[in-house]
Ligand binder design. Structure first.
Ligand SMILES: *Cc1c(COP(=O)(O)O)cnc(C)c1O
Length: 419
């Protein structure tokens, strides 16, 4: 059952990487809840440490349950290998750290996940890892900011909460022409909507906490290596030589795993991988419903008198509507909506009067979730920085769930009526 390439995505997402014949017929991988693995002979452990034999040593390094999840996501993202980690931020951090040396630079856009933004503009500075933030829609601006010290370009498939959709193909072309890898955080789109590696990206990152799991029961992250980047003879990456020698096309994934993941201890609990795999069985079905619900909710909000503006790539007046249509093959526009009321007070009244919709800091859950970013996730940011990140006091962010769309709309409407 390991080669499912002939199936369509919505079937592969269920069947990929399952080997019941190796699991006493079980249709889900066992949870290998064991800190380390016994080896019958001294030679076996020595060969495993030397990388001559594929086997498990210690849970911080690898775990058999995690390996199934890694194989599954690598395949669904059309990559050649993956490493699962304890959170999406572990995946972002380990990937960037493996790519950078002190003094190096990288390029990214203006709309980033909040913790990613803090990591890039705050913590990384301490180690002289230098981010250049540009308008990723402007290819000239990207090109002009590339120097000898640039090591990669980093984007998110759907920016949050700006809801912008960068043109992955165009940016990948520029990256390639300059010998740079392109890293894409595909959390908000999921592989159901797009496989960035097929569009020329080199590395894909996910917070598995979100759409991949869908149940909001476990945090997790994963890095997928497309295995297409040419590290050898690239003068930007002289330090990759030992990793190329060891793992060839998967040099970066080896560097991420060997240097950072195992030494920083960003281990994923096998139970979390197991939960994520259960959630993933319904990914295709959930994404269809998430996105059709979001389309209905966005259009309803747009026609509501008390709603000042709606930011959703599915609306024909959204600046990236056409890019989203092409990039996502007309499958949908994601399920995140930003919309504006008169002021913060109205936003609070709306949130305080909802009955079904959950008010919490997460997204991609099957439940509809709402948040007022200005006063919560971004509370400690300077007002000017917030505005630069498109966080305004009137902004409400909605992660549309898979409930009956009428119930989502009714809940919002009855709360808007109170304003
Ligand atoms: C949530 C999120 C992350 C971080 O993932 P965690 O699992 O919360 O660490 C990174 N990128 C994006 C786009 C996210 O939505």
């Amino acid at each position: 059952m390991s080669n499912e390439k002939n199936l369509h995505f919505d079937s592969r997402v269920i069947h990929e990487a399952l080997t019941p014949d190796l699991w006493n017929g079980a249709t889900l991988p066992p949870i290998f809840q064991s800190a380390s693995s016994q080896h019958e002979t001294a030679q076996s452990l020595s060969d495993t440490f030397a990388g001559k034999q594929k086997s498990h040593i210690y849970m911080r390094l690898t775990n058999p349950t995690n390996s199934v999840f890694e194989e599954k996501i690598a395949s669904l993202e059309n990559g050649k290998g993956a490493v699962v980690m304890s959170s999406g931020m572990a995946a972002v951090n380990n990937t960037c750290m493996a790519l950078l040396r002190s003094g190096d630079e990288f390029i990214t856009g203006t709309s980033l996940f909040m913790s990613t933004y803090l990591l890039f503009t705050g913590i990384f500075k301490k180690y002289n890892l230098n981010v250049k933030i540009v308008d990723t829609k402007n290819i000239k601006e990207i090109e002009n900011s590339i120097t000898d010290k640039t090591r990669f370009i980093y984007i998110e498939t759907i920016g949050n909460p700006k809801m912008d959709i960068p043109d992955i193909q165009k940016i990948a072309k520029t990256a390639k022409a300059n010998g740079l890898p392109l890293v894409v955080d595909n959390t908000l789109a999921s592989p159901y909507l797009v496989q960035p590696i097929d569009l020329g990206a080199d590395v894909v990152i996910h917070s598995t906490t979100k759409y991949l799991s869908g149940h909001g029961a476990a945090t997790g992250g994963i890095v997928v290596d497309g295995g297409n980047f040419k590290w050898e003879n690239n003068e930007r990456f002289p330090d990759f030589a030992p990793f190329i020698e060891r793992k060839g096309e998967l040099a970066l994934l080896d560097k991420i795993w060997r240097e950072h993941h195992i030494n920083f201890g960003t281990t994923q609990a096998p139970f979390h991988s197991y939960l994520a795999m259960i959630g993933m069985d319904t990914l295709a079905l959930r994404m269809e419903r998430h996105m059709s619900n979001a389309f209905k909710v966005a259009n309803h909000l747009k026609s509501h008198k008390k709603v000042k503006w709606v930011n959703f790539p599915g609306l024909s007046d959204h600046p990236d509507h056409q890019t989203a249509k092409e990039e996502f093959n007309n499958k949908g526009f994601g399920a995140m909506i930003g919309f504006g009321l008169e002021n913060q007070e109205q936003c609070f009244t709306l949130i305080d009067n909802l009955n079904m919709i959950y008010h919490l800091a997460n997204l991609g859950d099957c439940k509809t979730l709402i948040i007022h970013p200005w006063s919560s996730q971004y509370i400690s940011f300077d007002p000017e920085v917030k505005t630069g990140l498109f966080i305004t006091p009137d902004l409400i962010r909605l992660s549309v769930g898979i409930e009956n769309p009428k119930d989502i709309i009714n809940d919002i409407d009855q709360a808007l009526d109170i304003i």
